[in-house]
Design a protein around this ligand. Structure first.
Ligand SMILES: Nc1nc2c(c(=O)[nH]1)N[C@H]1C(S)=C(S)[C@@H](COP(=O)(O)O)O[C@H]1N2
Ligand SMILES: [Mo]
Length: 510
C-alpha cells in the first residue's frame, strides 16, 4: 500500500474509532443495552442460523460473546480503513457510509427487546461523529482529492497528520474505556446486589452426606463455586436488573393474574435446595454442568395462586432480554424443587447467573427451564406457543438424559504406572443414579465405589482404584439410574434433545 493510501486508511480508522468510542460512552451512561457494538452483536446472534450459534458455543464455550465482540471490532476497523480510502477518492462517500453505519446501529438497538426510549442516541451520535471527522482527517492525510481545489489549503505535514490522527483515535479508545468503567461502576443493579442480605430459608437444603465429596484431585468438586459455574446464554451484555424495578407477571390461561415484586418475593417463605444444572449442548464428557445450592420460592405455590386452566400444559418463561423457555406445567406443579431462585451457594445470584431472579428446575436441561433474569410466566399450551431454542430446531421438551463422565485420569498427559484411581461423576437429575461401571480395554465391567448423593436432583461422584499397567488404555464408563435403566451406548449429538453415549478416554501409562 502506498503512503497516501495508508494514511487515508488510518484517517478512516481514527474517525470510526472516535465515533464508536463516543457512542459506547453515551450508551454506558444512558443504557448499556443501547451500546452500538453490543446491539449489532446481539442482532447478529439473533439473525445467525442455529448451526452457527451451536458452532460458536462449541468453539468458544462461554467465551463465545467475547469472541463475537472482538470479531465485530476487527471487521469495523477493516471497514473503517476502507471508508478512509474511499473518502480520499470520492469526497463525502466515506462520510456518507459512516452515517449508514450509524443507522445500522440505530436499527439494531431499536429492535432489541426492552429497548429504552433513547436507545437510538448512541448510534446516531457515533455515526455523526465519524461522518464529520472522516472528511477533514482524510484531507489532512495529504491525499490529493479528485475534487480538491486550491482553496482547500496547504496539506498538513506528515508528522502533524500522524499526531492529529493518533490523538483522535486515542480519544475514541479513551471514551470506550471510560464507558466500560462507567458500566462496572456504581450502577443500581450492582449496588443493590452488594447491599443485599438474603433472608434465611424456612426450609434448609438437604445436608451433604459424609463422603459425598470424594476429593479426588482432578475430580469436579461436588459443589461448583459460582465463579467456576458454566455460563450459557444469548445475552451479549449481562442484563443489569435493578431489583427495585423487577417484577414477575403470571398470566395467560389462568383464573387470576399474579404479579410479584422483589420485596414481595423476599417476604415469602424461601426454601434452599441442591440442584445440578446441565446444558443440552453438553457433549458426552463435556463440562457444561454444575451443582449449586439454590435459595428460592416454589413456583408451584405461585401457580396455585394463579390457578391454571385444566387444558394448559406449558409455562413459557421470558427473560428481560427476550429469551424464552417452555417448561411442562406438570413439572412445575409436582413436588420437586422447581423454584424462582434468588440465591446461589449462599449469596445473591451473580449477575451472569440471572440476578435478581431466575428459574431452577431439577430434571430439565437449562434451555427449557432455567430462565435467568426472568420477568414473565405465561401459562399456555405446547400447541400454541414455542420457545427460543425450539425455533432453532431443538426439542420443545428437554428432560435430562442419563450420563456419566470420567474426570480422572485426564485424557491428556501421561499416567504414571502403578496404583492410581479412575474417578468421575454421573447424573440424571430427578431420577438419581444407582450404579456406575467402568471398563478398561476389553476387560469385564467393574462396579465403582459410588459416593452417597446429596439427592436425586444432584450429580454423584464415583471412584475406582486402578492398577495402571504401562501402555495405551481405553477407559469407558456407564451409569444405571434408580429405575434400573442402563445408560445408552447409542451416540447422539446434542441437537435436538441432548447428547448420549458412553464417555471414553484414551490414556498412556508410562
Ligand atoms: N435469559 C436467559 N436465560 C437462560 C438462557 C439464556 O440464553 N437467556 N440460557 C439457558 C441455558 S441454555 C442454560 S444451559 C442455562 C445455563 O445457566 P447458567 O448460565 O447459570 O449456568 O440458562 C438458561 N437460561
Ligand atoms: Mo443450555
Amino acid at each position: 500500500m502506498d503512503g497516501s493510501r495508508l494514511r487515508a486508511a488510518l484517517a478512516g480508522i481514527a474517525a470510526v474509532v472516535l465515533g464508536a468510542g463516543v457512542g459506547e460512552l453515551i450508551a454506558a451512561w444512558l443504557a448499556p443495552s443501547s451500546s452500538p457494538l453490543a446491539s449489532i452483536g446481539a442482532a447478529l446472534i439473533d439473525l445467525a442460523p442455529g448451526w452457527a450459534k451451536q458452532t460458536a458455543i462449541g468453539l468458544f464455550g462461554t467465551a463465545d460473546k467475547v469472541a463475537l465482540l472482538i470479531g465485530i471490532a476487527i471487521v469495523l476497523v477493516a471497514v473503517a480503513a476502507g471508508l478512509g480510502i474511499l473518502e480520499s477518492r470520492v469526497r463525502r462517500a466515506g462520510a456518507l457510509l459512516c452515517g449508514l453505519l450509524g443507522v445500522a446501529g440505530i436499527v439494531a438497538a431499536a429492535t432489541r427487546t426492552n429497548v429504552s426510549a433513547m436507545a437510538w442516541l448512541p448510534s446516531a451520535v457515533a455515526g455523526a461523529v465519524a461522518a464529520f471527522t472522516i472528511g477533514p482527517l482524510v484531507q489532512a492525510a495529504d491525499v490529493p482529492h479528485r475534487s480538491s481545489t486550491p482553496e482547500s489549503g496547504p496539506p498538513m505535514d506528515r508528522r502533524r497528520f500522524f499526531a492529529v490522527t493518533g490523538a483522535v483515535a486515542l480519544v475514541g479508545v479513551a471514551a470506550s474505556v471510560g464507558g466500560a468503567l462507567l458500566q462496572t461502576g456504581a450502577r443500581a443493579a450492582e449496588s443493590a446486589r452488594r447491599a443485599l442480605r438474603l433472608p434465611t430459608p424456612v426450609r434448609t437444603a438437604a445436608p451433604i452426606p459424609a463422603g459425598a465429596d470424594l476429593r479426588v484431585p482432578g475430580l469436579a468438586p461436588l459443589v461448583t463455586p459460582a465463579a467456576d459455574f458454566y455460563r450459557i446464554d444469548t445475552a451479549l451484555l449481562v442484563p443489569q436488573v435493578d431489583p427495585a424495578q423487577w417484577s414477575l407477571r403470571i398470566h395467560g390461561m389462568v383464573d387470576h393474574e399474579v404479579t410479584l415484586t422483589w420485596n414481595e418475593l423476599l417476604a415469602l417463605p424461601l426454601e434452599a435446595s441442591w440442584t445440578t444444572l446441565t446444558c443440552v449442548s453438553n457433549e458426552v464428557g463435556g463440562d457444561l454442568i454444575g451443582n449449586a445450592k439454590w435459595l428460592g420460592y416454589p413456583i408451584r405455590n405461585l401457580l396455585a395462586q394463579a390457578s391454571p386452566h385444566a387444558d394448559a400444559d406449558m409455562v413459557l418463561s421470558t427473560s428481560i432480554d427476550g429469551f424464552t423457555a417452555s417448561t411442562p406445567l406438570p413439572v412445575l406443579t409436582d413436588d420437586r424443587a422447581a423454584i424462582l431462585a434468588v440465591g446461589m451457594n449462599g449469596a445473591p445470584l451473580p449477575p451472569e447467573h440471572g440476578f435478581p431472579v431466575r428459574m431452577v428446575v431439577p430434571g430439565l436441561y437449562g434451555y427449557v427451564s432455567a430462565t435467568k433474569w426472568v420477568t414473565d410466566l405465561e401459562v399456555t399450551r405446547f400447541d400454541r406457543a414455542s420457545a427460543y431454542w425450539t425455533h432453532e430446531g431443538w426439542a420443545p421438551r428437554g428432560p435430562i438424559k442419563l450420563e456419566s463422565r470420567i474426570d480422572v485420569p485426564r485424557a491428556t498427559g501421561d499416567v504414571p504406572a502403578g496404583n492410581t484411581v479412575i474417578a468421575g461423576v454421573a447424573w440424571q437429575q430427578h431420577t438419581g443414579i444407582a450404579q456406575v461401571e467402568v471398563q478398561v480395554d476389553d476387560a469385564a465391567w467393574q462396579q465403582v465405589q459410588l459416593a452417597p448423593a446429596i439427592s436425586d436432583d444432584t450429580w454423584v461422584q464415583w471412584r475406582l482404584p486402578w492398577h495402571a499397567e504401562p501402555g495405551d488404555h481405553t477407559i469407558r464408563c456407564r451409569a444405571t439410574n434408580r429405575h434400573g435403566q442402563l445408560q445408552t451406548s447409542r451416540k447422539a449429538s446434542p441437537v435436538p434433545d441432548g447428547a448420549s453415549g458412553w464417555h471414553e478416554i484414551s490414556v498412556h501409562v508410562a
